[in-house]
Design a protein around this ligand. Structure first.
Ligand SMILES: Nc1ncnc2c1ncn2[C@@H]1O[C@H](COP(=O)(O)OP(=O)(O)OP(=O)(O)O)[C@@H](O)[C@H]1O
Length: 258
Protein backbone atom coordinates (compact mmCIF):
# COMPACT_ATOMS: atom_id res chain seq x y z
CA UNK A 1 0.00 0.00 0.00
CA UNK A 2 1.45 3.45 -0.85
CA UNK A 3 2.18 5.56 2.25
CA UNK A 4 -0.61 8.07 1.50
CA UNK A 5 -3.30 5.38 1.23
CA UNK A 6 -3.59 4.88 4.98
CA UNK A 7 -6.99 3.80 6.22
CA UNK A 8 -7.53 7.07 8.09
CA UNK A 9 -7.34 9.16 4.87
CA UNK A 10 -10.75 10.81 4.43
CA UNK A 11 -13.13 9.29 1.92
CA UNK A 12 -14.38 12.77 1.01
CA UNK A 13 -12.56 16.08 1.46
CA UNK A 14 -14.16 19.43 0.69
CA UNK A 15 -11.32 21.87 0.09
CA UNK A 16 -12.57 25.48 0.31
CA UNK A 17 -15.46 24.57 -1.96
CA UNK A 18 -17.82 27.26 -3.18
CA UNK A 19 -20.69 27.20 -5.63
CA UNK A 20 -22.32 30.34 -6.98
CA UNK A 21 -25.35 30.64 -9.22
CA UNK A 22 -25.24 34.20 -10.55
CA UNK A 23 -25.61 36.39 -7.47
CA UNK A 24 -26.51 33.44 -5.18
CA UNK A 25 -23.73 31.91 -3.10
CA UNK A 26 -25.18 28.42 -2.58
CA UNK A 27 -22.04 26.99 -0.92
CA UNK A 28 -19.52 29.33 0.65
CA UNK A 29 -15.92 28.11 1.10
CA UNK A 30 -16.69 24.83 2.85
CA UNK A 31 -13.70 22.83 4.13
CA UNK A 32 -14.47 19.49 5.82
CA UNK A 33 -13.31 15.90 5.71
CA UNK A 34 -15.53 12.86 5.98
CA UNK A 35 -13.93 9.70 7.28
CA UNK A 36 -14.62 6.32 5.72
CA UNK A 37 -17.31 4.48 7.64
CA UNK A 38 -19.01 7.53 9.08
CA UNK A 39 -22.72 8.32 8.83
CA UNK A 40 -23.03 12.06 8.37
CA UNK A 41 -26.27 14.04 8.36
CA UNK A 42 -26.37 17.39 6.59
CA UNK A 43 -29.07 19.52 8.20
CA UNK A 44 -30.22 23.09 7.72
CA UNK A 45 -32.98 25.39 6.55
CA UNK A 46 -34.34 25.28 3.04
CA UNK A 47 -31.91 26.95 0.65
CA UNK A 48 -28.90 26.65 2.98
CA UNK A 49 -26.90 24.72 0.36
CA UNK A 50 -27.23 21.08 1.49
CA UNK A 51 -28.23 19.59 -1.86
CA UNK A 52 -25.68 21.65 -3.75
CA UNK A 53 -22.89 20.46 -1.45
CA UNK A 54 -24.00 16.84 -1.89
CA UNK A 55 -24.26 17.14 -5.67
CA UNK A 56 -20.70 18.37 -5.91
CA UNK A 57 -19.56 15.00 -4.54
CA UNK A 58 -20.96 13.00 -7.44
CA UNK A 59 -20.27 15.77 -9.96
CA UNK A 60 -23.90 16.64 -10.66
CA UNK A 61 -22.68 20.17 -9.93
CA UNK A 62 -19.14 21.49 -10.36
CA UNK A 63 -17.53 23.78 -7.76
CA UNK A 64 -17.10 27.42 -8.75
CA UNK A 65 -14.00 27.44 -6.52
CA UNK A 66 -12.09 24.87 -4.52
CA UNK A 67 -12.31 21.14 -5.04
CA UNK A 68 -13.97 18.00 -3.77
CA UNK A 69 -11.76 14.95 -3.32
CA UNK A 70 -13.23 11.44 -3.31
CA UNK A 71 -10.93 8.57 -2.38
CA UNK A 72 -8.00 10.94 -2.92
CA UNK A 73 -9.01 12.14 -6.39
CA UNK A 74 -10.51 15.43 -7.53
CA UNK A 75 -14.03 14.46 -8.62
CA UNK A 76 -13.98 16.87 -11.57
CA UNK A 77 -10.96 15.01 -12.97
CA UNK A 78 -12.85 11.70 -13.03
CA UNK A 79 -15.08 10.47 -15.81
CA UNK A 80 -18.62 11.17 -14.40
CA UNK A 81 -20.11 7.72 -15.20
CA UNK A 82 -17.11 6.01 -13.57
CA UNK A 83 -17.42 8.25 -10.51
CA UNK A 84 -21.17 7.66 -10.21
CA UNK A 85 -20.72 3.91 -10.39
CA UNK A 86 -18.63 4.19 -7.22
CA UNK A 87 -21.25 6.32 -5.44
CA UNK A 88 -24.84 5.32 -4.67
CA UNK A 89 -27.31 8.20 -4.86
CA UNK A 90 -30.83 8.24 -3.46
CA UNK A 91 -33.07 11.28 -3.68
CA UNK A 92 -36.61 12.23 -2.84
CA UNK A 93 -39.10 11.19 -5.49
CA UNK A 94 -36.48 8.62 -6.47
CA UNK A 95 -36.99 8.85 -10.25
CA UNK A 96 -37.63 5.21 -11.08
CA UNK A 97 -38.14 4.77 -14.82
CA UNK A 98 -41.90 4.17 -15.13
CA UNK A 99 -41.66 1.99 -18.25
CA UNK A 100 -39.08 -0.36 -16.68
CA UNK A 101 -39.73 -3.15 -14.18
CA UNK A 102 -38.29 -3.04 -10.68
CA UNK A 103 -35.54 -5.46 -11.77
CA UNK A 104 -34.64 -3.30 -14.77
CA UNK A 105 -34.60 -0.18 -12.62
CA UNK A 106 -32.27 -1.81 -10.10
CA UNK A 107 -29.97 -3.07 -12.85
CA UNK A 108 -29.73 0.21 -14.76
CA UNK A 109 -26.46 1.41 -13.20
CA UNK A 110 -24.51 -1.80 -13.83
CA UNK A 111 -26.06 -2.03 -17.31
CA UNK A 112 -24.76 1.42 -18.21
CA UNK A 113 -21.35 0.09 -17.21
CA UNK A 114 -21.77 -2.90 -19.54
CA UNK A 115 -22.62 -5.41 -16.80
CA UNK A 116 -25.84 -7.35 -16.37
CA UNK A 117 -27.18 -8.41 -12.98
CA UNK A 118 -28.32 -11.97 -12.40
CA UNK A 119 -31.76 -12.72 -11.05
CA UNK A 120 -30.10 -13.92 -7.84
CA UNK A 121 -28.27 -10.61 -7.43
CA UNK A 122 -31.51 -8.66 -7.95
CA UNK A 123 -33.19 -10.87 -5.33
CA UNK A 124 -30.27 -10.25 -2.98
CA UNK A 125 -30.53 -6.46 -3.45
CA UNK A 126 -34.29 -6.60 -2.83
CA UNK A 127 -33.66 -8.66 0.30
CA UNK A 128 -31.23 -6.02 1.57
CA UNK A 129 -34.07 -3.50 1.58
CA UNK A 130 -36.57 -6.06 2.92
CA UNK A 131 -38.60 -6.49 -0.25
CA UNK A 132 -39.82 -9.84 -1.60
CA UNK A 133 -37.98 -11.19 -4.65
CA UNK A 134 -41.23 -11.44 -6.62
CA UNK A 135 -41.52 -7.64 -6.66
CA UNK A 136 -38.76 -7.69 -9.29
CA UNK A 137 -41.30 -8.18 -12.09
CA UNK A 138 -43.59 -5.31 -11.01
CA UNK A 139 -43.72 -1.88 -12.57
CA UNK A 140 -43.02 1.17 -10.33
CA UNK A 141 -46.66 2.31 -10.40
CA UNK A 142 -47.63 -1.02 -8.84
CA UNK A 143 -45.63 -0.20 -5.68
CA UNK A 144 -46.37 1.89 -2.59
CA UNK A 145 -44.31 5.03 -2.00
CA UNK A 146 -42.27 3.24 0.68
CA UNK A 147 -41.60 0.27 -1.60
CA UNK A 148 -40.50 2.62 -4.38
CA UNK A 149 -38.09 4.32 -2.03
CA UNK A 150 -36.68 0.92 -1.00
CA UNK A 151 -36.19 0.07 -4.68
CA UNK A 152 -34.32 3.36 -4.97
CA UNK A 153 -31.98 2.29 -2.15
CA UNK A 154 -31.51 -1.15 -3.78
CA UNK A 155 -30.67 0.56 -7.07
CA UNK A 156 -28.13 2.80 -5.32
CA UNK A 157 -26.44 -0.30 -3.83
CA UNK A 158 -26.35 -2.28 -7.09
CA UNK A 159 -22.78 -1.27 -7.95
CA UNK A 160 -21.43 -2.10 -4.48
CA UNK A 161 -20.60 1.55 -3.80
CA UNK A 162 -18.34 2.67 -0.96
CA UNK A 163 -20.33 5.84 -0.54
CA UNK A 164 -24.07 6.34 -0.25
CA UNK A 165 -25.40 9.87 -0.80
CA UNK A 166 -29.00 10.47 0.18
CA UNK A 167 -30.94 13.68 -0.41
CA UNK A 168 -34.14 13.80 1.67
CA UNK A 169 -34.60 10.10 0.91
CA UNK A 170 -37.58 9.63 3.19
CA UNK A 171 -39.14 13.09 2.88
CA UNK A 172 -42.38 12.04 1.23
CA UNK A 173 -43.08 9.00 3.41
CA UNK A 174 -45.43 8.56 6.35
CA UNK A 175 -43.66 8.66 9.74
CA UNK A 176 -43.79 4.91 10.40
CA UNK A 177 -42.44 3.93 6.98
CA UNK A 178 -39.88 6.69 7.28
CA UNK A 179 -38.69 5.44 10.62
CA UNK A 180 -38.46 1.81 9.45
CA UNK A 181 -36.55 2.73 6.31
CA UNK A 182 -34.20 4.98 8.25
CA UNK A 183 -33.40 2.10 10.62
CA UNK A 184 -32.87 -0.20 7.65
CA UNK A 185 -30.48 2.21 5.96
CA UNK A 186 -28.53 2.56 9.20
CA UNK A 187 -28.30 -1.25 9.48
CA UNK A 188 -27.15 -1.51 5.86
CA UNK A 189 -24.58 1.19 6.51
CA UNK A 190 -23.08 -1.04 9.24
CA UNK A 191 -23.45 -4.34 7.41
CA UNK A 192 -22.00 -3.17 4.09
CA UNK A 193 -19.32 -0.96 5.65
CA UNK A 194 -20.63 2.10 3.82
CA UNK A 195 -19.87 5.76 4.28
CA UNK A 196 -23.19 7.58 4.23
CA UNK A 197 -24.02 11.27 3.80
CA UNK A 198 -27.70 12.11 4.22
CA UNK A 199 -29.37 15.47 3.64
CA UNK A 200 -32.42 15.95 5.82
CA UNK A 201 -34.63 18.77 7.09
CA UNK A 202 -35.42 16.69 10.11
CA UNK A 203 -33.07 17.14 13.07
CA UNK A 204 -34.70 14.22 14.94
CA UNK A 205 -33.85 11.91 12.03
CA UNK A 206 -30.30 13.26 11.96
CA UNK A 207 -29.83 12.76 15.72
CA UNK A 208 -31.22 9.22 15.60
CA UNK A 209 -29.36 7.94 12.53
CA UNK A 210 -26.09 9.82 12.14
CA UNK A 211 -22.86 9.76 14.12
CA UNK A 212 -21.93 13.25 12.94
CA UNK A 213 -24.23 16.17 12.17
CA UNK A 214 -23.18 19.07 9.96
CA UNK A 215 -25.48 22.09 10.16
CA UNK A 216 -25.57 24.44 7.17
CA UNK A 217 -26.70 28.03 7.08
CA UNK A 218 -26.38 30.37 4.09
CA UNK A 219 -23.85 28.11 2.36
CA UNK A 220 -21.59 27.69 5.41
CA UNK A 221 -21.18 24.85 7.90
CA UNK A 222 -22.05 26.46 11.21
CA UNK A 223 -21.92 23.35 13.40
CA UNK A 224 -20.11 20.02 13.24
CA UNK A 225 -21.10 17.89 16.21
CA UNK A 226 -22.02 14.40 17.31
CA UNK A 227 -25.67 13.82 18.21
CA UNK A 228 -24.56 13.57 21.85
CA UNK A 229 -22.82 16.94 21.59
CA UNK A 230 -25.90 18.59 20.10
CA UNK A 231 -28.13 17.09 22.76
CA UNK A 232 -25.71 18.40 25.39
CA UNK A 233 -26.19 21.92 24.06
CA UNK A 234 -23.16 22.29 21.75
CA UNK A 235 -23.07 23.62 18.18
CA UNK A 236 -24.23 27.20 18.62
CA UNK A 237 -27.49 29.04 18.17
CA UNK A 238 -28.62 27.79 14.76
CA UNK A 239 -27.93 24.14 15.60
CA UNK A 240 -29.63 24.48 18.97
CA UNK A 241 -32.65 26.11 17.29
CA UNK A 242 -33.02 22.97 15.18
CA UNK A 243 -32.52 20.63 18.17
CA UNK A 244 -35.19 22.54 20.10
CA UNK A 245 -37.94 21.31 17.76
CA UNK A 246 -37.80 17.54 18.43
CA UNK A 247 -36.84 18.18 22.05
CA UNK A 248 -39.98 20.26 22.65
CA UNK A 249 -42.09 17.56 20.98
CA UNK A 250 -40.52 14.83 23.13
CA UNK A 251 -41.09 16.90 26.27
CA UNK A 252 -44.75 17.51 25.41
CA UNK A 253 -45.31 13.79 24.81
CA UNK A 254 -43.55 12.87 28.05
CA UNK A 255 -45.72 15.40 29.92
CA UNK A 256 -48.88 13.85 28.46
CA UNK A 257 -47.87 10.43 29.82
CA UNK A 258 -47.49 11.71 33.37
N1 LIG B 1 -29.43 25.20 -10.47
C1 LIG B 1 -29.57 26.30 -9.71
N2 LIG B 1 -29.64 27.52 -10.28
C2 LIG B 1 -29.75 28.64 -9.53
N3 LIG B 1 -29.79 28.64 -8.18
C3 LIG B 1 -29.74 27.45 -7.56
C4 LIG B 1 -29.63 26.22 -8.29
N4 LIG B 1 -29.58 25.20 -7.39
C5 LIG B 1 -29.68 25.75 -6.18
N5 LIG B 1 -29.77 27.09 -6.28
C6 LIG B 1 -29.85 28.05 -5.16
O1 LIG B 1 -28.79 27.77 -4.28
C7 LIG B 1 -29.21 27.86 -2.91
C8 LIG B 1 -28.96 26.54 -2.20
O2 LIG B 1 -29.83 25.55 -2.74
P1 LIG B 1 -29.84 24.03 -2.26
O3 LIG B 1 -30.80 23.28 -3.09
O4 LIG B 1 -28.45 23.53 -2.19
O5 LIG B 1 -30.38 24.20 -0.77
P2 LIG B 1 -30.93 23.10 0.23
O6 LIG B 1 -30.36 23.42 1.56
O7 LIG B 1 -30.67 21.73 -0.30
O8 LIG B 1 -32.49 23.40 0.19
P3 LIG B 1 -33.77 22.44 0.38
O9 LIG B 1 -33.68 21.93 1.78
O10 LIG B 1 -34.91 23.35 0.17
O11 LIG B 1 -33.66 21.35 -0.65
C9 LIG B 1 -30.67 28.30 -2.96
O12 LIG B 1 -30.72 29.69 -2.84
C10 LIG B 1 -31.13 27.85 -4.34
O13 LIG B 1 -32.17 28.67 -4.81
Amino acid sequence: MPPDASSDAPLIAFETVSKVYGPVVAVDAVSRSIAAGSFVALVGASGSGKSTLLKMVNALEAPSEGRVMFEGEDVTALDPPTLRRRIGYVFQGIGLFPHMSVAENIAIGPRLGGESLTRARIAELLELVELEADLAARMPDELSGGQRQRVGVARALANDPHLLLMDEPFGALDPITRDALGERVRALHERLGLTTVMVTHDMAEALLLADRVLVMDAGCIVADETPGGLLAGKGGEIAQGLVAVPRAQAEKLAAMER
